[in-house]
Design a protein around this ligand. Sequence first.
Ligand SMILES: [Zn+2]
Length: 476
Amino acid sequence: MTHLDFTRRGLLGGAAALSAAGSAGFARGAFAAAAPKLPARGNVVIRKAYVMTMEKDGDIKDGDVHVRDGVVVAVGQSLNAPGARTIDGRSMIVLPGFVETHWHMWNTLFRGMSGEKPDYSYFRTALLLGKLCTADDIYQGTRLATAEAINSGITFVHDWAHNIRSPDYARADLRALKESGLRARFSYGPQQGHDVKSPIDLPDLEKLRNDWAQYSNDGLIALGVAWRGHGGNLPANAVPENVWRAEYEAFQKLGLPISVHSSGSKAAIGQIAGLAKANMIDKVQVIHATYATAEEISAMKAAGTSVSFAPTSELRIGFGIPPVAAFIDAGVPIGLSVDTVELVGNADMFAIMKTTQGIVNGKAEDEFKVSARRILEFATIEGARSMGIDDKTGSLKPGKRADLMIVSTRAANLGVFGDPAVMLVTAAQPANVDTVMVDGRILKHGGKLTHLNVDRIAKEAGDASAALRKRANWNF
Ligand SMILES: [Zn+2]
């Protein structure tokens, strides 16, 4: 395969500069000084690949994709692309980058720490360790998550930040997103252990919105709210009506998109109906919805509400089996999500797609209930629609921003070129992702991240996680 030598040189130069600066020069907390430089948006053409546009015109065999200055210029065969650098797409599948729709990125520091006993349950671990997080821990957790996202072919993340212990925590999280170059929505939420009788920090949310130009990374990052709604998945977290009403009204006044965990667990049955009754369901994003009734699904469809399923999380924690087929039948926009690697271990959207198809077919006792291509839509164009960003991303179409990945089929787990959608949903893994482009910037190439130093990020996150557990006297 042909690789772009200019990105490799950029990587080596950046890595050398970082190590020359030395770890002593960048004490934890002084991370802003060490911010990596994002690669330039270039003029690139991918040639002779199998191109899955995820648009109505479908796939193009021996197809080219031309990208210039962050925009998809053209998609077709034998494109004229004067001055463009070429990526050889033979044996490669080009498709839109994955759109991830709900992820508590900060708690990546607790990867795999939801143990086998109630003392180490997901919620208890997130609460007890979350309370002791510093702002720098938030930065470290989210930064590690961004590296994993890029590595896995995810080009958009919905960062559901529910451990904002002071304004600094939100800024630390945003710094990690900005450095990554990912497209994102940052949803501002409560903190772990937030008093249910108090609203989230609404004055800080308003300040952030007013200063948003400083944080948006040239429009790549949008602001939203991570709403507790009526209390989420645990009865102990029930929020009094005066608080959820005040929060909702404030969010509406600020004009921010709202996302809420609702009807996820058996203990939270009826929450979607409660939101609908309070006229608070219009165009929000509902997460999990495992116990949504037929009436609630109809109400969501009528209100233009979208749903985010996190099947690997819903299964692992024992919430139950998400009713994906009922939402497909109703025509509610569906997105797929990682939720939290504390619980599910990794951010593998290929595995999430495969699990989603398994759930639908298994529940229906029907091998053909949902196709791999339909599942792939949830992870790309329909996920983008569910987040209200399908004008920018989610498919390969001239005029859209250039968010894409290239999957190499020259691998032990691929090799045979069958139905490409089936290959991607059932066989492919993050290791097969050769190249990732976000907004025209190449962030992964030749199987390696180009501007993020993964060794350094992993080591610093590991150190931060170990120090945090030591402070918590957490003997895992
Ligand atoms: Zn969640």
